[in-house]
Design a protein around this ligand. Structure first.
Ligand SMILES: Nc1ncnc2c1ncn2[C@@H]1O[C@H](COP(=O)(O)OP(=O)(O)OP(=O)(O)O)[C@@H](O)[C@H]1O
Length: 232
């Protein structure tokens, strides 16, 4: 049994048919990268799993139970966390308040903060600072830390390196790599070397379908398999 399984998933925005039969699976403990050009449906796949944009056809199971038709908060309560592209941290709250708000059980606050601060020492240094005043990279670390302390079994991570300077991307990659010791991840990432470095397996999405997949151990970013679907 896979932790997460999508089979024949079709998703629409109005009349626009975006996912045209997506099949993919994520096993417990893995990092799985979802690659593909702009606009092929990667974010839509994450939104569909979360039931933000429910599928019109197909099945989505998490621990063998269907997610289709649930409210998004019900999906979340089953242990799926989301780190969206725009990060959605609370800019007017402090770093610590952002973390506290992500920890579901009051009894777990102390351990949750410890985990976050051990993983990302910069967040401990900035714990009393308003999150909106952090740098882009620090905000991304806070978003990842929120996912980590949220008692999630699977994190859906959307474009974590987007808009960050190369040095900061390296820090965020390290943060994700650390986080992946504790949680399974489905990772949408345009930076293919980074995605391949972090992930155990990959899927390539093109025009709403999975067109290739494999293990990351025996491929590189300039592989013909990627150039075919990812170059402009
Ligand atoms: N809310 C929406 N309403 C209508 N169409 C949408 C909506 N959101 C996305 N789309 C369209 O759906 C398609 C897939 O978008 P999606 O964001 O899933 O792509 P993506 O692979 O994540 O690419 P990107 O890296 O650009 O985000 C695109 O053609 C996009 O224009």
């Amino acid at each position: 049994m896979s932790l997460l399984e999508l089979a024949g998933v079709h998703t629409y925005y109005g009349d626009s048919h975006i996912l045209e039969g997506v099949d993919l699976a994520v096993e417990e403990g893995e990092v799985v990268a979802l690659a593909g050009r702009n606009g092929v449906g990667k974010t839509t796949t994450l939104r569909t799993i979360l039931q933000l944009t429910p599928p019109r056809e197909g099945s989505i199971t998490f621990r063998d139970e269907s997610l289709v038709g649930l409210e998004t908060h019900e999906v979340a309560s089953r242990g799926l966390g989301w780190i969206p592209e725009d990060r959605r941290i609370f800019g007017q709250l402090t770093v610590e308040e952002n973390l506290r708000a992500a920890i579901p059980e009051p009894d777990d606050v102390r351990d949750g903060l410890r985990l976050a601060f051990d993983s990302f020492p910069i967040l401990e240094e900035r714990r009393g600072q308003d999150a909106g005043t952090l740098s882009g990279g620090q905000q991304q670390m806070l978003a990842i830390a929120r996912g980590l302390v949220g008692d999630n079994d699977l994190l859906l991570v959307d474009e974590p390196s987007e808009g960050l300077a190369p040095q900061i991307v390296a820090d965020v990659a390290e943060a994700l790599s650390k986080a992946s010791d504790d949680v399974t991840m489905l990772l949408v990432e345009q930076n293919l070397p980074l995605a391949l470095d972090l992930a155990d397996r990959f899927y390539i999405l093109d025009k709403g379908r999975v067109v290739d997949d494999g293990e990351t151990g025996n491929v590189t970013a300039d592989d013909e398999r990627f150039r075919r679907y990812l170059s402009a």
